[in-house]
Design a protein around this ligand. Structure first.
Ligand code: CDP
Length: 328
């Protein structure tokens, strides 16, 4: 076998057992064993390795592992980088009109004035964003998400991002509390949608619909569509999270244009994760979102993992340990 193509081979049930010594105490990491890039699940005694989700590989796993020379690094090096942001990287996808979205462990806040690496955050956000986007797609609320590739990467549709951040608020918090003097946690009379210009150098300023139309950042029709999309996402997100005892105080989405012939459509893009939401425990008010990092409230990974655990999106039964052999 000359090459492993990560896009055309699926490794759902490929499991490699490791000696405990081969795994350090780092859950949610990507590493290379036997020349094969794998996602490491769990840590220490409970460690296990598993490739991306999907059906069984079409070729024998031993071929992949023993003859394959592939590693994430060499694979990524051959890929064309399209864009690197604060928390994600976009690579050219396998087909025109697609991209690979890679979730980094970098955490930033206050317009990148506060920075850190939070081990495992990228894995959690990848899974959570996949979960939310898949749910939206299923309900007919279109998103850029196509399929999961591995623990840090997903295949997405390439879109032309509308240069606006769309914020939906159910409870006062953050800049709304500061700007309007409304105490954090106050229930709003109805969901309020705000638009901010996507411009880090200006600190993503709040803009009015007048600005948006006058400066041609979006048309009136786009605005109406964005408002409708944002409110549908809010109903979905709030409902799903209510089911696991979490309140969605606010969140931000980004929206992209896709062209189908002469026809333009708006779809949800970027990510939906605790990085871009405010999530509060319904009973205790405990925060499970980026405010944990912004305000030094504890472990960000623990907070995001709690959201993932409640939603059931991380595997709970890691693979038992054995000799470092490949099993089918
Ligand atoms: O987050 P911050 O207090 O700076 O601003 P906000 O306007 O209160 O944010 C409202 C919601 O949008 C929060 O859930 C933020 O996490 C999210 N947001 C975001 O994801 N990215 C931004 N650039 C700004 C806000």
């Amino acid at each position: 076998m000359s090459k492993i193509d990560f896009y055309h081979v699926n490794y759902e049930n490929l499991v490699i057992n490791l000696e405990p010594s081969m795994n350090q105490n780092h859950p949610f990491r990507q590493d290379t064993y036997f020349g094969l890039t794998v996602d490491v699940l769990g840590a220490g005694k409970n460690c296990g390795l598993r490739m991306a989700r999907g059906p069984l590989p079409t070729c024998r796993p031993s071929h992949i592992a023993i003859r394959g020379e592939q590693s994430t690094e060499s694979h990524m090096a051959r890929r064309k980088l399209v864009y690197e942001g604060k928390a994600k990287i976009l690579y050219e996808g396998p087909e025109p009109g697609t991209l690979v979205q890679y979730f980094k462990d970098d955490a930033t806040a206050f317009n990148a004035e506060k920075k850190d690496i939070v081990e495992g955050k990228g894995v959690l956000n990848n899974r959570l964003s996949e979960f939310f986007m898949t749910g939206l797609n299923t309900l007919g609320i279109p998103t850029h998400f196509i399929k999961s590739l591995n623990m840090r990467e997903q295949l997405i549709r390439a879109v032309e991002i509308v240069p606006l951040e769309v914020i939906v608020r159910n409870y006062a918090a953050g800049t709304m509390s500061k700007r309007l003097g409304i105490e954090e946690g106050t229930a709003l009379p109805r969901p309020i949608v705000e638009f901010c210009l996507k411009d880090d150098s200006l600190g993503d300023p709040l803009v009015s619909e007048e600005h948006i139309i006058a400066f041609n950042w979006a048309s009136q029709q786009d605005l109406d569509d964005m408002l409708a999309l944002a409110l549908r996402v809010n109903d979905f997100l709030s409902g799903v999270m209510y089911g696991v005892g979490i309140r969605v105080a606010d969140f931000k989405i980004e929206i992209g244009r896709v062209y189908e012939g002469d026809y333009q459509r708006l779809i949800i893009a970027d990510e939906i994760s605790p990085d871009s939401c405010r999530l509060w425990d319904l009973k205790t008010g405990e925060k499970f979102d980026k405010d944990v990092f912004r305000r030094d409230l504890g472990s960000l990974t623990d907070a995001y993992a709690e959201v993932a655990r409640r939603l059931g999106v991380l595997p709970e039964n890691p693979v038992p340990i054995g000799k470092p052999t490949l099993i089918n």
